[in-house]
Ligand binder design. Structure first.
Ligand code: DGT
Ligand code: CA
Ligand code: CA
Ligand code: ZN
Length: 578
């Protein structure tokens, strides 16, 4: 079994326990274990062999034994026994909008229905409407939801899809009279790479006008539910959107609650209880009676708990509360710290703009220097450059540099293919003439782990290679990318002073947040680049910055925040070390 199989089984067990009505903390433990395994930067089999399973966050002795069982036998006895009680196919019903574990249990217990297909049949034949809490209307709703699931799937969407949609809706909500504040919340505010649904918050004294506009938006497919202060719709593209409206004096608790993560909130509530306060989206309430405490800002919420403000990107219960308590919360990199972009394409390969146009657009965004890194020759479909064209390109870089004046610098680089056999596309002699060398994998990503890892290590060990771009080659949300031994790669990068990229394109975000955190632990320097193929792509930078922040990166650790001289000295020292 691999990481993915282990985490999928944990998630499935959690769902089955939820359907059975098991204890909440037991369900949470399995879910958390699944998430921890998902976030690992390395092969779990290797961690097991080193005896390190219990070092994984959320994995204690019992869960470690279960992982060991899965890895050595390919099975989990507990799951098999649970399956006799709760048919595993019931889990699929949870993907239907509006169907929770209690409902699944009720339907299974009373009608013996175990699959979504059987459920569809039963709803069509009107067999559900006799059950407590289910009427003819619910049957129709259920059928519509099953239909929607079949059309849209249950997949999470990339943040790059969800973000602009959320901003667009917010802009419309802002215009409703009486609205004083609007914000995104949930995973989108925490800038997770994929989004389950969009959560939007509005401060207004009167909710109805906001609800009316929201439920009537042209891209709304259906209104799933509407109450006095909340509504949920499904958009035409299948994305669900939750809206909450509360008065501005409750804004702090509202935003904090619905920003999550759930695990972070659980910790906040525990801290509140220690002070004799119960915390929810409306306010703090003294447990033994008394007036509620309202918070109009999140800062006030954290202050009440004796904590400094914790940025949303950190709210995952991955140690941020302990850091905040100790008073040494990481000083996260900000977008405004960035002065360069080290990875972009021009019309020389598969880009849409000239070198000069790219430079001007970068300068307009506040950049001080860029590197032009067109593809190399073996990537024929992207019109990759051979050494002769590379030399000709050097001339154009020089001219563009002169045209830009002294306040801006254009470096000449390449995005060089690491070929399927592990060799590099250019000789050392060609590479030595370039200011900056990126190596990346675009082909044969499906090679076995050892082989594809070795290809990457070859590139890292070349003294001319300054940076590895989008290491795994994954494409969100579908293509998983190369099965790299990330820990070995990050260690080699640390030893050789090779920079590792966070590709800011929201369909890549590669390195991902957990890899960034591991890289920084090992002392690897990070770079955030847009890989722009036209001048409007520079706007994607904020997704990369968010990923860096989710890995707790500071400006000192991200080379794009350095002055040019410092970067040049750093990459030069790699050649000397070797
Ligand atoms: P997603 O939508 O799967 O990408 O992830 P989130 O984090 O946006 O989750 P969502 O949309 O279900 O809920 C938004 C936030 O609301 C979540 O981060 C924390 C809060 N929340 C929702 N339901 C619960 C709950 O049952 N308990 C607690 N403590 N918080 C909740
Ligand atoms: Ca959400
Ligand atoms: Ca939600
Ligand atoms: Zn590129």
């Amino acid at each position: 079994m691999k990481n993915r199989d282990v985490s999928a089984l944990f998630h499935k067990v959690a769902d089955m326990l939820a359907i059975r009505g098991d204890k909440f903390h037991r369900i949470l433990a399995y879910r958390k274990a699944g998430e921890s395994v998902d976030a690992l930067g390395r092969d779990i089999n290797q961690i097991y062999e080193e005896g390190g399973l219990t070092d994984i966050p959320g994995i204690g002795k019992t869960l470690a034994e279960k992982i060991e069982e899965m890895l050595t036998t390919g099975e989990l006895d507990f799951y098999n026994r649970l399956s006799e009680d709760v048919p595993p196919s019931l889990v699929d019903m949870l993907k239907i909008e509006g169907v929770g574990p209690k409902r699944v249990k009720q339907i299974y217990d009373s009608l013996g229905i175990t699959t979504v297909d059987e459920l569809t049949e039963a709803a069509k034949e009107g067999k559900l409407k006799g059950l407590p809490g289910l009427g003819a209307k619910s049957e129709a709703k259920l059928l519509a939801a099953i239909d929607a699931l079949a059309r849209h799937g249950d997949d999470r969407v990339s943040i790059g899809v969800a973000w602009p949609i959320a901003q667009d809706i917010l802009q419309q909500l802002e215009k409703v009279p009486g609205v004083t504040k609007t914000a995104v919340a949930g995973s989108l505010r925490r800038m997770r790479e994929t989004i389950g649904d969009i959560d939007l918050m509005v401060a207004a004294d009167e909710a109805d006008p906001v609800m009316d506009l929201f439920c009537g938006l042209p891209n709304v497919e259906s209104v799933v539910g509407r109450g006095p202060t909340k509504a949920r719709v499904v958009l035409l593209n299948g994305i669900g959107v939750d809206l909450r409206v509360l008065p501005a004096e409750r804004w702090g608790t509202l935003l904090s609650y619905f920003t999550g993560s759930k695990d972070h909130n659980v910790r906040l509530r525990e801290l509140a209880l220690k002070q004799g306060l119960s915390l929810n989206e409306h306010s703090f309430t003294p447990v033994d009676g008394g007036d509620e405490i309202l918070c109009d800002t999140e800062t006030a919420v954290y202050e009440t708990l004796g904590l400094p403000y914790i940025p949303p990107v950190m709210r995952e219960n991955r140690g941020e509360i302990e850091q905040a308590q100790a008073g040494n919360l990481a000083n996260l990199i900000q977008e405004s710290d960035i002065v360069s972009d080290l990875h972009m394409h021009s019309t020389w390969s598969d880009g849409k703009n000239s070198i000069l146009e790219m430079a001007q657009a970068a300068q307009a965004q506040g950049m001080k220097y860029i590197v032009i890194t067109d593809h190399s020759m073996s990537l024929g479909i992207a019109n990759g450059l051979n050494p002769e064209r590379l030399e000709a390109q050097a001339e154009e870089v020089k001219e563009a540099n002169a045209a830009m004046g002294d306040d801006f610098h254009i470096l000449h680089g390449t995005e060089m293919e690491i070929k399927a056999d592990g060799s590099l596309d250019f000789t050392d002699e060609v590479l030595a003439k370039l200011d900056f060398v990126i190596a990346s994998l675009h082909v044969s990503l499906k090679q076995p782990r050892e082989q594809v890892t070795q290809r990457m290590l070859n590139a890292i060990n070349n003294p001319h290679v300054d940076m590895i771009a989008h290491p795994t080659g994954r494409l969100l949300p579908g293509r998983v990318g190369a099965d790299l031994d990330m820990d070995a790669i990050l260690q080699a990068a640390a030893e050789t002073q090779t920079i590792m990229e966070i590709n800011a394109n929201p369909s890549r975000l590669d390195l991902r947040d957990s890899h960034v955190r591991r890289a920084l632990e090992l002392g690897v320097k990070i770079s955030i680049n847009t890989d722009a193929h036209n001048k409007s792509h520079f706007d994607l930078r904020h997704y990369g910055v968010a990923t860096a922040q989710r890995g707790w990166a500071t400006a000192e650790e991200v080379v794009n925040c350095w002055p040019l001289e410092k970067l040049l000295a750093f990459i030069k020292s790699k050649e000397v070390v070797d």
